[in-house]
Design a protein around this ligand. Structure first.
Ligand code: COA
Length: 257
């Protein structure tokens, strides 16, 4: 069951990892974080894997964290699956290529900030609706997004939390290149193969150098975000937002100050 939630397909130096929970638009639950973390950790230690290719099944990348899991008490405990996943993603030595089709929401956006090459379909839809849910951003995004795109653009994406297009994602640097819908995975796979043909040790060293400056600050920022996120999860605003999602209604934040 757990293996199914993350499909793994090895092929000529490229390990393909597919988030696979199509009935929930690939929303990430604890079991998926656990399976994805294990697959990433194994890939990083397996000499046969030179590049990791990350995508989602059935035309979507992921609709983000499973909203029901936000209510689990151990969700953000230091050793929880989500925290282990983020730690392994931050420290991955091998390059990660992402192929984004359909929806990339919440952690579906923030995990892309840690990938190395990101390709997206022209019709993909991105959204970082943390504030809309009464929460705050995670996965080091409050450090990385302003560095990547400047404060105002990061503030707009994170404070308003509106859906944004592939062309904007490309303009702000989250996405390398766009392709017609339905062709993204093949194009991303071709790039992953090209990368797998490069000298692997030089690739790993270059990735480490590219991430060196931000490394220590990233961990500190992500841990601070976790403390803030944990506080937010218990807030009346978040309770209202999560209840509203479950009840298929618009949240009403007007009574909170
Ligand atoms: N957590 C839990 N369930 C989710 C989910 C998520 N993040 N995203 C989608 N689902 C579920 C829906 O509840 C629905 O389940 P159901 O069939 O049992 O009712 C199913 O996936 C299909 O989603 P649905 O809402 O019917 O599809 P849609 O195309 O109308 O809308 C989304 C898709 C992704 C826009 C919408 O589901 C949504 O806004 N999800 C929440 C996204 C989110 O806030 N993520 C967390 C960010 S921090």
């Amino acid at each position: 069951m757990t293996e199914d939630l993350i499909r793994t397909e090895p092929e000529e130096g490229v390990l393909s990892l597919v988030m696979n929970r199509p009935d929930k638009k690939n929303a990430m639950n604890m079991a998926m974080y656990g399976a994805l973390e294990s697959a990433l950790a194994m890939a990083d230690h397996d000499d046969k894997v030179r590049v990791i290719l990350l995508s989602g099944s059935n035309g979507n990348f992921t609709s983000g964290n499973d909203l029901a899991d936000f209510l689990a008490p151990s969700f953000l405990a230091r050793e929880s699956p989500v925290m282990r996943f983020l730690g392994t993603l931050f420290q991955a030595r091998k390059p990660i290529v992402a192929a984004v089709e359909g929806m990339a929401i919440g952690v579906g956006v923030t995990m892309l900030l840690h990938c190395d090459l990101v390709y997206a379909g022209e019709g993909a839809r991105f959204q970082a609706p943390f504030v809309n849910l009464g929460l705050c951003p995670e996965a080091g995004s409050t450090l990385l997004m302003p560095r990547m795109m400047g404060h105002q653009r990061a503030a707009e994406l994170l404070l308003l939390g509106e859906p944004f297009s592939t062309s904007l994602a490309r303009e702000v640097g989250i996405v390398n290149n766009t392709f017609p819908d339905g062709t993204v995975l093949a194009s991303a796979r071709a790039k992953a193969r090209q990368l797998a043909d490069q000298p692997a040790a030089a690739v790993r060293m270059t990735k480490a150098l590219l991430k060196r400056e931000v490394g220590a600050a990233l961990l500190e920022a992500a841990l601070h975000e976790v403390d803030c996120f944990t506080e937010r999860l218990q807030s009346p605003e978040a309770q209202e937002a999560l209840e509203a999602f479950m009840q298929h209604r618009k949240p009403d934040f007007s009574r909170f100050t």
